[in-house]
Design a protein around this ligand. Structure first.
Ligand code: SF4
Length: 427
């Protein structure tokens, strides 16, 4: 996840006070000058696969029926204890639709009691006033509600008339009870035109967070990858997102903007700053770059993890076709620390062993080589360049003689599309 607002607030402060702070090395408790112990990963936990909707871009390929073999409550509690001991800071409870799980609230109450930052990722259609009150009483730190566009677009994406109205009502019920709410939006060619209006809706509704997701190639999102907004539309959308986040940062608004599934957003922020605020870029561009490098881009398999409804552990939610082990057989902490799996070994490597234009890119230290599952879904090679990178050669420091080696194609089936290697391609 790329925390746009975090950087733009620093920039707004630097514009006011003249000083852009360098990244801090995390330290231990007060008086202890040693580096702090490394935290565990943020865990996105798909507790249930069942969903009352069948969205076009669902990575979980969920449907409205029960799935056999899902983790029982006591098993979830056991895993949670291990996660806590492993210094996992954040649990995002997801699905399917997590509110369909009868024990969701006991699970969430335990997560809060154990000290996790506890988030809920939901389609919002099941949140009426009593459910919102229960969410507030449970102590969720954050609720993310998916909206794919305005009414007509959203209902078409969600394949349910009235889904938009129900999700919007959920936002209002939660806000009325003081729960932090964010809108979650995935850009595709079919909903790009609603994006500006959704940003306005966020502000009008008092939602405090906007999560902008690029389409990733997993589940139904893989099948629909042919509709992925082309690079020009992506760049335009990101410029608008950065403009809005910059406006909020300078005005000190309680609005947070983040993006996900495309770590090229980090380098693109530098390009945006250079074009929009050349004086600030000249003064603080180097310090911003340093900060972005400290972030380091894609963290799947390292500081981001996924547990699915059956207890299988994956490098992130887009890697459901690659299981690392099951929490019924081995603790999560043991599975996550095990680098005998070549994919995990590569994901934990710094820099990652990426090829093509990613290997030659001037921004590799910021972006981390981006989203490996996209490379794997298109080419069969998890270490090929990311075909979802929307920066051109000049923008990544190449002279234009390195044509793309992996080209995005419409969905057929996994591993049937050969790597396209053109003469003069990079390493
Ligand atoms: S070329 Fe690769 S490393 Fe560079 S910005 Fe694009 S995706 Fe990231």
């Amino acid at each position: 996840m790329f925390r746009i607002t975090q950087y733009l607030r620093l920039l707004a402060r630097a514009a006011r006070e003249g000083d852009f702070p360098p990244p801090a090395t995390p330290r231990g408790p007060a008086g202890d000058d040693r580096p702090a112990a490394r935290p565990g990963p943020v865990v996105i936990w798909n507790l249930i696969r069942r969903c009352n909707l069948t969205c076009q871009h669902c990575y979980a390929l969920s449907a409205d029926h029960d799935y056999a073999g899902e983790l029982r409550t006591d098993e979830v509690f056991t895993v949670m204890d291990d996660l806590r001991a492993f210094r996992v800071p954040v649990l995002i409870l997801s699905g399917g639709e997590p509110l369909l799980r009868p024990d969701l609230f006991p699970i969430a109450e335990r997560a809060v009691a154990l000290g996790f930052y506890t988030g809920l990722s939901t389609n919002g259609t099941l949140i009426d006033a009593p459910v919102a009150a229960r969410i507030a009483a449970t102590g969720f730190d954050y609720v993310g509600i998916s909206l794919d566009g305005l009414r007509a677009t959203h209902d078409r994406f969600r394949r349910l008339d009235g889904a938009f109205d129900r999700s919007l009502a959920a936002t209002r019920h939660l806000r009325a009870r003081g729960v932090k709410v964010g809108l979650r939006y995935t850009l595709t060619a079919s909903n790009a035109e609603d994006f500006p209006a959704l940003l306005d809706l966020m502000r009008d509704e008092g939602a405090q967070k906007f999560y902008f997701s690029h389409l990733n190639y997993a589940g139904r999102g893989n099948i629909h990858r042919g509709k992925d907004a082309r690079f020009a539309a992506t760049r335009q959308a990101l410029d608008l997102l950065f403009d809005r986040a910059w406006d909020a940062a300078r005005r000190g608004l309680d609005e947070e903007y983040v993006s996900g599934n495309n770590d090229a957003d980090g380098p693109w922020l530098l390009h945006w700053l250079q074009r929009r605020e050349p004086t600030l870029y000249a003064r603080h561009g180097a310090a911003l770059r340093q900060r972005l490098q400290a972030w380091g881009g894609n963290a799947s398999g390292d500081l981001v993890a996924n547990i699915d409804n059956l207890g299988e552990v994956h490098p992130d939610t887009m890697w459901w076709h690659h299981a690392l082990g099951n929490v019924r057989q081995r603790p999560f902490s043991a599975i996550w620390s095990d680098t005998s799996d070549p994919l995990m070994a590569g994901l934990k490597q710094h820099p990652r062993p990426v090829g093509g234009r990613c290997a030659a890119c001037a921004h590799l230290a910021i972006c981390g080589g981006n989203t490996r599952v996209r490379a794997q879904q298109i080419s069969g090679d998890a270490w090929a360049e990311d075909p979802g990178c929307y920066l051109d050669d000049t923008e990544i420091g190449l002279d234009g003689s390195n044509p793309r080696t992996v080209l995005t194609t419409p969905f057929r089936s996994r591993r049937t599309v050969p790597v396209v290697v053109e003469a003069g391609a990079g390493a």
